[in-house]
Design a protein around this ligand. Structure first.
Ligand code: NAI
Ligand SMILES: NCC(=O)COP(=O)(O)O
Length: 361
């Protein structure tokens, strides 16, 4: 006999439904998270591929829906009444949340949404989490001292080694850009001090494992960026390449026979081939672009990612015991509540989460 059970929101799940089970956190309710989620979940190609539970607040989602329905047709938004929602209690702060403005109340609830999703995922209720964007400043205002969602996810999962990987599939050529950041949310003046051969080795190991196991690339080709202009120009424009990055690359090439490792590639030219592979160029082939790029700091990796793919790149945390993806954009307070937020990156984050869950099972 076919069995079924009830979710916390009361909807019925059949246990012969093998589609990935995903938690989608609402993010900061003052930003565009609720809007891009309602728009993404209005797309049947997304909802048919997975079982989604929104971890957030039914009343906040309902408010977003009513606000946006003033400008948008019914078919462009999922109706909250049709969604499975894990309702986190926000009643005591709800009236302090103002669309377009981050504050302690919006930070407190976005933190609670993510904490709830992590707890339920660690308890095997979900196979992956897709996070809506949060404002780090709002988390700080609410007393949660984390650089971002990545660090909270890693801490709660008990993981010390994790990475921030951006993935984007070109709509022009189908080529996939994958960029791992060696360092993330730190001041620029601390980058050189924090970059060490040890850090680079475990970031490289994470990237290789992800390319091989999540993306099925047996012998990945990986490009590592230099730090200084022209990769230091033999020590004349910076010493990191000469002192440790070149020797580290030599050592890794001997240690790992299962990859092709190129670098240090001068950081300005590193993105020429990915750009050609992304946009398509008759004089080049995507074959010359790499399977993975290791950028040494946040903006070195994210300026090219966002130039090429701001509307569709996905941020995924590697090294966790479960799948986590997120759109690449932030809370976009400047356009929140206006109905003009583009949901493509949120849809891509849902689609990648589905692919990664399937690949890992
Ligand atoms: N995954 C996450 O939780 C992320 C959170 N953030 C947070 O977001 C906040 C705002 O950061 P910003 O640097 O201003 O970046 P942002 O991505 O929120 O906005 C940058 C620009 O892009 C536009 N934009 C962003 N997403 C859009 C979309 N889906 N459709 C149309 N236009 C869009 C915005 O209107 C703005 O002009 C910060 O507090 C930051 O910490 C930033 C990046 C990722
Ligand atoms: N710039 C990427 C970003 O801010 C993502 O942060 P996280 O909240 O996913 O850790």
């Amino acid at each position: 006999m076919e069995k079924s059970f009830f979710t916390e929101s009361g909807s019925i799940l059949r246990n012969d439904d093998l589609r990935p089970c995903l938690a989608v956190t609402l993010g900061d309710p003052a930003g565009i998270g609720p809007e891009v989620i309602l728009k993404a979940l209005a797309d049947r190609t997304v909802t048919e591929s997975c079982r989604v539970t929104v971890v957030g607040s039914r009343s906040l989602l309902q408010k977003t829906y009513s606000q946006l329905r003033q400008f948008l047709p019914a078919e462009s938004l999922a109706d909250p009444d049709s969604l499975s929602i894990l309702d986190v209690d926000v009643e005591c702060v709800e009236d302090k949340i103002t669309v377009g403005f981050a504050n302690a109340a919006s930070g407190a609830v976005s933190f609670a949404f993510l904490e709830t999703a992590i707890d339920k995922t660690l308890a095997n209720q979900f196979q992956g989490i897709v996070t809506g964007p949060i404002a780090k400043s709002a988390w700080q205002a609410a007393g949660h001292d984390y650089p971002g969602q990545t660090e909270l996810l890693a801490q709660r999962a008990g993981v010390g080694r994790f990475g921030m990987l951006f993935v984007a599939r070109s709509p022009h050529t189908g080529w996939t850009l994958r960029t791992l950041l060696a360092t993330t949310h730190i001041p620029l003046c601390q980058v050189s001090e924090l970059l060490t051969p040890e850090l680079m080795s475990w970031k490289l190991d994470l990237l290789v494992e992800c390319l091989q196991e999540d993306f099925g690339i047996a012998q990945p080709r990986i490009a590592v960026a230099g730090l200084n202009p022209h990769s230091g120009e033999q020590g004349k424009l910076g010493i990191e390449e000469k002192y440790w990055l070149n020797p580290w690359l030599e050592w890794e090439r001997k240690r790992r026979s299962d990859i092709v490792l190129d670098g240090p590639i001068p950081p300005d030219t590193m993105w020429v081939k990915p750009g050609q592979a992304w946009f398509g160029n008759q004089n080049s082939t995507s074959f010359s672009a790499h399977d993975g790029y290791l950028a040494l700091y946040h903006d070195q990796g994210l300026i090219p990612v966002k130039l090429m793919a701001f509307d569709r790149a996905i941020n995924t945390t590697i090294g966790l015991p479960f799948v986590r993806t997120s759109p690449d954009h932030g809370t976009a307070f400047d356009i929140a509540g206006k109905g003009i937020a583009n949901p493509t990156s949120m849809k891509a984050a849902l689609q990648l989460a589905v692919e990664l869950v399937k690949q890992r099972n």
